[in-house]
Design a protein around this ligand. Sequence first.
Ligand SMILES: NC(=O)c1ccc[n+]([C@@H]2O[C@H](COP(=O)([O-])OP(=O)(O)OC[C@H]3O[C@@H](n4cnc5c(N)ncnc54)[C@H](O)[C@@H]3O)[C@@H](O)[C@H]2O)c1
Ligand SMILES: [Zn+2]
Length: 696
Amino acid sequence: MTTPAAVIVDAAAYAQAVEDAVKASAAYYAGGTSVLDDDTYDRLVRGIAAWESAHPDEVLPDSPTGKVAGGAVEGDVPHTVPMLSLDNVFSPEEFTAWTASLARRIGHDVTRFDVEPKLDGLAIAARYTHGRLTRLITRGDGTAGEDVSHAIGTVEGLPAELAEPVTVEVRGEVLMTTAQFEHANEVRTAHGGQPFANPRNAAAGTLRAKDRAYTVPMTFFGYALLPLPGTEEALAARLGEAAHSELMARCAELGVNTTAATAVPGTTAETAEQVLARVKEIAALRAELPFGIDGIVVKADLAADQEAAGSGSRAPRWAIAYKLPAVEKITRLLEVEWNVGRTGIIAPRAVLEPVEIDGSTITYATLHNPADITRRDLRLGDHVMVHRAGDVIPRVEAPVAHLRTGEERPIVFPEVCPRCGSAIDTSEQRWRCENGRNCHLVAALSYAAGRDQLDIEGLGHTRVVQLVEAGLVADLADVFALTRDQLLTLERMGETSTDNLLAAIGAAKGQPLSRVLCALGVRGTGRSMSRRIARYFATMDHIRGADAEAMQRVEGIGTEKAPSIVAELTELAPLIDRLAAAGVNMTEPGATPPVTADDTDADTGAQGAEPVGGPLTGMAVVVTGAMTGPLEKLSRNQMNELIERAGGRSSSSVSKKTTLVVAGEGAGSKRAKAEDLGIRLVTPDEFATLVADYVG
Ligand SMILES: NC(=O)c1ccc[n+]([C@@H]2O[C@H](COP(=O)([O-])OP(=O)(O)OC[C@H]3O[C@@H](n4cnc5c(N)ncnc54)[C@H](O)[C@@H]3O)[C@@H](O)[C@H]2O)c1
Ligand SMILES: [Zn+2]
């Protein structure tokens, strides 16, 4: 489950890797500003360890291996008992091997195990004198830590006063819950500071910061309880003999927060199998926990077993961290897309430089809502911490602000609905298209009525919204059923505009099949594809009769597109029937249906659709510049329709395959390219003469 170690090829690369790791580690523990994500750091250290085991004589004194905190941290407050790190296992096999070696070391199977979540924060020692919290100390290098008593009062779960006036040290993890992290970044950016990349970094940076103008809460979970020099003798003896599970219960009695209060309480287990079953359970709950965990800690429960196992300089031998795959990686935020959901919610989505997290390549991540983007101070081009756990949709945790170059750009929020163009309701955190559930309908109808489709003048966006809101249309066929009386009930709809609109709707019924097809908005069939399909099949009946194989005979439709077009047309069948019943034209002028196998040899079938004998037969034509003369009023789409009626193929770019370029006034680069390639050029007037029989 781990990513491979970084490959170190020589001594110079090794020295560089050591330097990089120590630097990253120092930044990580000091203020949570490492340039590496944990997975990358761990890979680097595994690479260093691999090189060192092959070159044991060349190990550098600075090497992070075998040291608490990679040797990058120091402290001046000595610990009574070292605060160590933990060794890792990554699989059930490695775990079972660990239990076996521990059994060998202590001379019998471990009597009982504790299984606890491995909280992803920082270790801290909290000293209580006669029940009062007097000192907070970081882990440091394990022997001595740093005094961070200034943080007393900001850590939930670590009471100022215990339930009993005892002198003890509580050890545990300080972290930020997801909610605390969000809050911390909000407060921080509001004060002009830079956001933290993730909760772990936020806890590290916050714990060590002194004299902040603001305080942000953190949370503590205890996982050890031990005597101090001032502890009453009997109590010290009891603590020294107690099993870990008993100490945890004692912690809770004293008023200290422990994992007992969470969805993943520490439990005990008798066998390695039971431990592994519990590991699975905790791993499955990981994605839903309100705080981060990076593994499961397994400990020998009994003090006697722990004592028999002893400790190394970096880690105890009676405990192990069963690591879970990394759920966070650093990558770049390339773009933000705005998608409109079924209910009209407009949700931002991050487009990322692809990054692999736990075996999956992540390209998109949710950003929740616009306020969230502002709160996180995210910018395009930012390095971002991306989080993905289980099957939950990946999310952008925060920018990695200390990696900014100054080239980052602000994220532009949409001013109108990106789908239907209506206004956006921004009164809630989640923005919503004012058309709500009708957004899709408004977009679909506006598109169908557009100039290049049914070209219904007077049926612009505002009018469509009005019709939909009045409940007069629920699909395209309803437009053709509108009555004069219905239209007259609408606001700002006088007699003249009503009659004009009805006339335009009437005229739209005569549009060629290619435009009717385009108006249906079948995915993968824009203007030119709709024309090709319509010219090939000539009638809607033939189009609907085509299976995927027949559909593929149309130029540009491959094995992927064909079935989806066929399927969508089947879905649209009731709508198409109603359109036809309303008198909408379903044939393509000038095209002849393909000859089918029923009529003649199957072999000739494919040729059937090519319009025969037009003046542009076999030609690839590009139109550029402004049209004049008889062609003046034609839009580019209408020009393309004309070309295809006359037997040619229309294209928007000039290439070696182009046979003719119609260059009007103001033609620029396309004309120049045609000249370069020696392609035949004609003026709009010459072209109009050439296709005279097909104009209008
Ligand atoms: N990104 C970076 O640049 C960078 C640099 C250095 C270290 N790191 C990360 O830090 C980790 C190694 O450092 P480490 O030694 O601080 O921690 P560790 O992951 O090796 O584990 C030891 C720590 O686990 C914690 N812990 C959580 N729950 C516990 C429980 N129930 N019982 C006991 N301990 C518990 C304690 O703080 C303890 O000190 C690695 O995962 C590494 O990726 C990252
Ligand atoms: Zn909309």
